[in-house]
Write a protein that binds this ligand. Structure first.
Ligand SMILES: [Zn+2]
Length: 72
């Protein structure tokens, strides 16, 4: 999964699709946020292979999917 930036129209569409996908999984966003959350040093706790500043793309997707999921 590309984790470069989330700016840009094309990438924004991909993120929107990912948000909808996560929101369709029961408990999916919550599960992701259990792993991907901000550590004390400002890095994402779930992105361990490569240090990523919070919020990582996965965290952004899950954060945006959470209200969609609970809205249903
Ligand atoms: Zn992460």
């Amino acid at each position: 999964m590309g984790v470069a930036t989330i700016e840009g129209y094309e990438i924004g569409n991909a993120v929107e699709a990912a948000i909808r996908f996560v929101a369709e999984q029961p408990g999916g966003a919550r599960r992701i946020l259990l792993e991907h959350h901000r550590r004390d040093d400002g890095q994402c706790a779930g992105c361990l292979t490569v240090p990523v500043s919070w919020p990582c793309v996965v965290g952004v997707i899950a954060t945006k999917a959470l209200p969609l999921e609970s809205a249903r």
